[in-house]
Design a protein around this ligand. Structure first.
Ligand code: FES
Ligand code: FES
Length: 162
């Protein structure tokens, strides 16, 4: 049995000190230790994207990231993207408006991925959005609506930042 290690995590601007088996993934520390269950586990081997979160502002698969790799770094999950007064992030609002989900299980990962996709500037066309959102699988087949939602959110964010 590996010896537990102390970790300092900053998740959604809150500080957490945990002592964990070094094998614990970022996905599992969020879900099992910090009770942030919005981040989902669809495969645990990097193939579905349901576990997408941001590490220092970049999208990563939390199932393939050890909690130890997030030590002293900034993690953002779906629970942290709305404003503190509850105002939805433009991507969340756009997903609702465009019905970009059904069961909702892939949705947190889709939204975290979409926020990063927009920030990366990969929203130049429907085709580009499809390509750069292709790391997130949706078994409910919401893809056309997801493209619409990402496109409109990208425009909203651009307008807000002018
Ligand atoms: S749970 Fe991480 S990619 Fe599927
Ligand atoms: S909304 Fe069900 S898997 Fe995407």
């Amino acid at each position: 049995m590996a010896k537990n290690i102390p970790l300092h995590l900053n998740v959604n601007n809150r500080d957490f000190d945990v002592t964990l088996d070094p094998r614990v993934t970022l996905l599992d520390v969020l879900r099992e230790h910090l009770a942030l269950t919005g981040t989902k586990k669809g495969c645990d081997q990097g193939q579905c994207g349901a576990c997408t979160v941001h590490l220092d502002g970049e999208r990563v698969l939390s199932c393939l990231t050890l909690a130890a790799q997030a030590h002293n770094r900034r993690v953002t999950t779906i629970e942290g993207v709305a404003k503190s007064d509850g105002t939805l992030h433009p991507v969340q609002a756009s997903f609702l408006k465009h019905d970009a989900f059904q069961c909702g299980y892939c949705t947190p990962g889709q939204i975290m991925s979409a926020i990063a996709c927009i920030k990366e500037g990969h929203t130049g066309s429907d085709g580009e959005i499809r390509e750069y959102m292709s790391g997130n699988i949706c078994r409910c087949g919401a893809y056309p609506h997801i493209v619409d939602a990402v496109k409109e959110a990208a425009e909203d964010i651009k307008r807000e930042s002018v």
